[in-house]
Design a protein around this ligand. Structure first.
Ligand code: PGA
Ligand code: ZN
Length: 436
């Protein structure tokens, strides 16, 4: 039984206010802190901000905090729901209390914080780790599959101050034999990349962006990928590490075209067909295995055309916003073959699991993701293991809020190996991990 729920305004990794929730039962107090995006999809659940310019430039979350304290907390305490068995009922109550389609009344930040804290408490009350609790909630099979970490080692788009339009350029150690080895490979490449950047652009170019990746003075995708080729080779991992890109193209979609110069104030406008050609040439020239949000969330036709015979994983982020409604629509339009899973895009754990299971039912893959504004809360590490998503992205192997997830995953791997539980590293099978 839930004894009390309290919330507080705390800071995220960009120094902006976010919601922290403490849920108390007779077993203890369970905490969660919610993340926040910058390149958000238009159809995401609403993150409630105070809009009062006298505090935090209007970004305060005191209203969301009060909604937990005064509305959600009392209702859940009164409900008598059990955290170990009633996650679905709890999340349904949270949705009903809000009553809007997109959680605009209470705020997805208020609701998600409570939903996450309930899951943590549920795991403790069931005497099982959070990943096992989430596995049971989702109905996923065993054995557990450790995800391939996709490290965003070069930051662009709205996550950094350089002129790179594409938001993320990632490395994926698919050739590792375990998650822990994948982290080592990622970290070694990251350190080599730093050396390459310093040599090429000088020490001041080694600063990092929101997700811990470097943000050197480059603007073209091939420049970013060439840097990765070099760093991977120096680290001795050529062939064992693949690449991925998330252009986050909704950010530079203007009147039906894409302005790759949007950060340069010098327009570089590409039609959807020209951008498609650019992607096709990148796929030919580099070992890319995953492309996320290559087109804007409203540019469905381009998605569908690119998806036809697409040789790589095509992930919908802004397009799907972890919402069954858009996952269904994208399936009908044959727009992509994979769903990005961001828990704060939808606002409850049960709905996030429902979206993932719908994606799986279409034979799609699911890719778990952090947000660019994060905290040291490591919930998504357990989520990736529990749902057997086979891959996750949590930024570069750098910055406390990014490595918190990778460190938790190394703990999970060690724990599973220690208990003799069968555990597989997804490796090159990351797209079909749920079927292992
Ligand atoms: P966001 O970026 O958290 O700023 O939305 C992550 C992404 O686009 O995948
Ligand atoms: Zn994205």
């Amino acid at each position: 039984m839930i004894r009390s729920i309290h919330a507080a305004q705390r800071l995220d990794s960009r120094g902006n206010p976010t919601v922290q929730v403490d849920l108390t039962t007779n077993r203890g107090t369970f905490r969660s802190i919610v993340p926040s995006g910058a390149s958000t999809g238009a159809n995401e659940a609403i993150e409630l901000r105070d809009g009062d310019n006298s505090a935090y430039g209007g970004h305060g979350v005191q209203k969301a905090v009060s909604n937990v304290e005064l509305v959600i907390g009392p209702a859940l305490v009164k409900s008598g729901f059990n955290v170990d068995t009633d996650q679905g009922k709890i999340d349904h109550l949270l949705k009903t209390l809000d009553g809007t389609k997109n959680k605009a009344k209470l705020g997805a930040n208020a609701i998600l914080g409570v939903s996450m804290a309930c899951a943590r408490a549920g795991a403790a009350h069931s005497d099982i780790p959070l990943y096992e609790f989430l596995r049971r909630e989702s109905g996923a099979q065993k054995p557990f599959v450790m995800p391939v970490p996709f490290f965003n080692v070069l930051n662009g788009g709205v996550h950094s101050g350089n002129k790179m339009a594409f938001q993320e350029t990632m490395i994926a150690p698919v050739g590792a034999s375990s998650f822990t080895e994948a982290v080592q490979m990622g970290s070694e490449v990251y350190q080599q990349l730093k050396k390459v950047i310093v040599e090429k652009f000088g020490p001041s170019a080694a600063g990092i962006g929101d997700e811990g990746g470097f943000a050197p003075p480059i603007s073209q995708p091939h420049e970013a990928l060439d840097l990765l080729v070099q760093a991977v080779s120096l680290a001795g991992y050529t062939g064992k590490i693949k690449f991925a890109i998330d252009p986050a193209s909704s950010e530079f979609f203007r009147d039906g075209n894409y302005d790759l110069g949007f950060k340069d104030k010098k327009p570089n406008v590409q039609s959807p067909n020209q951008l498609t050609d650019l992607y096709r040439s990148l796929l030919q020239d580099y070992p890319i295995v995953l492309v996320e949000d290559p087109f804007a969330e409203t540019d469905w036709d381009s998605w569908t055309k690119f998806n036809e015979g697409c040789p790589v994983e095509l992930v919908g982020d802004d397009l799907l916003v972890t919402n069954t409604r858009y996952v269904q629509e994208a399936y009908e339009k044959k727009a992509c073959n994979s769903m990005l899973l961001k828990i704060n895009q939808i606002g409850t754990i049960s709905e996030a699991i429902e979206a993932a299971n719908l994606a799986y039912s279409f034979d799609w893959s699911v890719f778990v993701s952090h947000r660019s504004g994060e905290t040291t809360d490591d919930f998504i590490a357990d989520l990736a293991v529990g749902l057997r998503t086979g891959h996750l992205k949590s930024g570069a192997p750098c910055r406390g809020e990014r490595v918190a997830k990778y460190n938790r995953l190394m703990d999970i791997e060690a724990e599973l190996l220690g208990t003799g539980e069968k555990v597989i590293y997804a490796g090159s099978q990351f797209r079909v991990a749920s079927k292992c």
